[in-house]
Ligand binder design. Structure first.
Ligand SMILES: [Fe+2]
Length: 472
């Protein structure tokens, strides 16, 4: 039996790190200049309250400014309202994902769960125009300075979309950003919108549902937005009368199956439709594309929603094993209104990235993500490159190390889909510190790494920005 190294040091409370200059071990390509930003929970202790779920830690941004000379690293908490209340009052400001709200907070929740809910943007990052934004599942993005990581305040929308939950995984296609707001009411609906400037969103489709599903991401193809509603659901009115943390209101209802809602993108003549298939749970869509009249939707699937409970801090801090996701492809025929599962990968994979600017909404071949050995691993402990044309895979694996989402960075001027590097922040479970790893995306060979003086807490998603240069 292989001894399993501990991954739990990535779930301790972290302190901010001032800028440190670090040198490369190895030789990164000359063209690799720019900034990698990471987002994720960095602190769980709120004074008198300790949150109980990974998804409720306070947002911490990490900046890695890369040049051939070396890397400058720093980290900083997002100065959200939640952060200030934690610092000044030693408690939580509002109900988060799985936080226990107190009665006074719950009164506010009754008006609509998410009007006063957490503004702690600890999930992902996006660049919109010249603004860098930290996102969570509420439509309250926080702007930040890419050089200092200092918070620049929340985005305040000037439009008529109602409050609700959203996804931290907007799609970008050209200038337009796509996302949705789930408005809870007696007539609950997902409001799909596009956005071309920071403050105004234009609704273009509405999907009405009786029960709301937990939706973490969605798909985008040439003609459609694909909203996948797994049977992890809540009757909206129950949110008004139950005094439970947000996610504890949701129930696994496999008899409902999974609903794929297809809504035509603005200007497309396709029709809106809903197709029902087998029950499964998913956080992440991967890519969607149309070919020969069919629509292909790739997602990372779990048999049920138990993974949410497995990601509680009590379990993660005790190195408990979690379930691993698998890539699955559904084929939809919009004319015949049919859906079928086409295949499922043999490999575990999550937190995936691909060559987005080249392949989003188009056929693609290579997918990169964190992975695991289904029988031996307790946590994601390797990086895989999946060839979705034949389900073959390459692996980077060093026992006792726990990599985060690998971000693909294309070589300038490249013509091949996998000509570039992967950047991943890896926790060394034995040393209890992290390193930034650079892999050749073609063969997953290690090119270089930079050892950090701290452990970067396990996070979620990040962003590479090529144009931002080290100004030293
Ligand atoms: Fe995510």
């Amino acid at each position: 039996m292989t001894r399993q190294a501990s991954y739990s040091s990535g779930y301790r409370d972290a302190d901010e790190t001032d800028v440190v200059s670090l040198t490369w071990d190895g030789h990164p390509p000359e063209w690799l200049e720019g900034s990698l930003f990471r987002n994720g929970p960095g602190r769980y202790d709120r004074g008198r309250v300790e949150v109980s779920h990974w998804f409720d830690g306070l947002a911490m941004l990490h900046g890695f400014h890369l040049s051939p000379k070396g890397v400058q690293y720093h980290s900083r908490f997002v100065r959200s309202h939640d952060f200030r209340v934690s610092e000044q009052e030693g408690t939580i400001a509002s109900p988060g994902f799985a936080c226990d709200p107190c009665r006074s907070i719950f009164r506010k929740v009754a008006s609509a769960f998410l009007v006063d809910a957490t503004d702690n943007p600890n999930v992902s990052l996006v660049k919109q125009g010249d603004r860098f934004l930290a996102l969570t599942e509420l439509p309250i993005p926080m702007m930040f300075d890419p050089e200092t990581l200092r918070s620049r305040g929340p985005v305040v929308y000037n439009d008529s979309l109602p409050p609700g939950s959203t996804t931290a995984h907007p799609h970008q296609d050209g200038k337009a950003l796509y996302n949705q707001v789930l408005h809870y009411s007696g007539l609950t609906s997902y409001r799909l919108y596009t956005q071309e400037n920071l403050k105004e969103r234009q609704e273009f489709a509405r999907i009405k549902v009786k029960e709301a599903s937990y939706v973490h991401s969605f798909g985008l193809s040439e003609d459609y937005v694909i909203l996948t509603c797994c049977p992890f659901q809540v009757a909206p009115l129950k949110l008004l009368v139950r005094n439970k943390p947000f996610i504890h209101n949701f129930e696994w209802k496999p008899r409902h199956g999974t609903r794929f809602h297809l809504a035509p993108r603005p200007g497309k003549k396709a029709k809106q439709l809903t197709l029902n298939t087998e029950p499964f749970f998913c956080f992440h869509h991967v890519n969607s594309f149309q070919q020969n009249g069919k629509l292909y939707v790739d997602l990372i699937c779990y048999p049920d929603a138990d993974i949410i409970h497995q990601l509680s801090l009590e379990r993660l801090r005790n190195d408990r094993a979690i379930d691993f996701g698998k890539l699955r492809r559904y084929e939809i025929d919009p004319q015949e209104e049919t859906i079928k599962r086409l295949w499922e990968s043999a490999h575990c994979i999550e937190l995936t990235r691909f060559h987005y600017t080249r392949c989003n909404t188009r056929p693609y071949r290579f997918l990169y993500g964190v992975s695991a050995d289904e029988n031996e691993s307790v946590f994601y402990d390797r990086i895989k490159k999946l060839d979705v044309s034949n389900d073959s895979a390459l692996t980077w694996y060093q026992p006792g190390n726990f990599p985060g989402e690998p971000i693909f960075v294309a070589r300038p001027g490249s013509t091949e889909e996998d000509d570039g590097v992967l950047l991943s922040v890896v926790l060394n479970g034995e040393k209890e510190t992290s390193f930034l790893l650079v892999l050749n995306a073609h063969d997953l060979r290690e090119i270089a790494r930079v050892n950090l003086p701290v452990a970067v807490p396990h996070g979620f998603h990040g962003l590479f920005h090529r144009e931002f240069k080290d100004t030293e």
